[in-house]
Ligand binder design. Structure first.
Ligand code: 5GP
Ligand code: ZN
Length: 133
């Protein structure tokens, strides 16, 4: 836990977030300034600054969760594809490792942000899929 880190504050509940998925190791929530509808960030709960600090087993777990979420959200968002993104160095604004999952839409239609809540409110099944894996 790093005192001045906004993503650590999201982990411990000091800053609110729209959670999509959570387990002992990681947390997924909607990006506050989305590039597309359903733009999600997955972070380790423990503070690691960047991809070089992140242990490979945590990276593996984050990618496993990403693949499950991509599969689960596809039907809810009606997206046609995804872009996964990791920023580093001067490209990385928040210095707590995170993986971006950006849904893509063939027609590039952008639904209002408020709609995310509706689309993503029932994420129980996602928890179950991942915990059972
Ligand atoms: P990066 O560090 O990869 O450049 O991007 C950081 C991302 O975190 C941005 O897409 C930004 O919108 C998002 N972000 C920054 N602060 C917050 C926050 O307090 N809550 C949420 N949900 N997202 C945030
Ligand atoms: Zn942090």
């Amino acid at each position: 836990m790093k005192e001045d880190c906004i993503f650590c504050k999201i982990v411990n509940g000091k800053i609110p977030s729209m959670k999509v998925y959570e387990d002992d190791v990681c947390l997924a929530y909607l990006d506050i300034n989305p590039d597309s509808d359903g733009h999600t960030l997955i972070i380790p709960k423990k503070h690691y600054t960047d991809i070089y600090e992140l242990p490979k087993e945590v990276l593996q777990h984050i990618f496993d969760v990403a693949k499950t979420l991509m599969n689960d959200l596809k039907g809810k968002l009606n997206c046609t594809g995804y872009t996964l993104m990791i920023n580093y160095g001067s490209s990385q604004e928040v210095k707590h490792f995170h993986l971006h999952i950006k849904p893509q839409y063939e027609d590039k239609k952008f639904v209002e942000f408020i709609k995310h809540k509706e689309l993503l409110k029932d994420t129980k099944e996602v928890h179950e899929i991942i915990k059972g894996a």
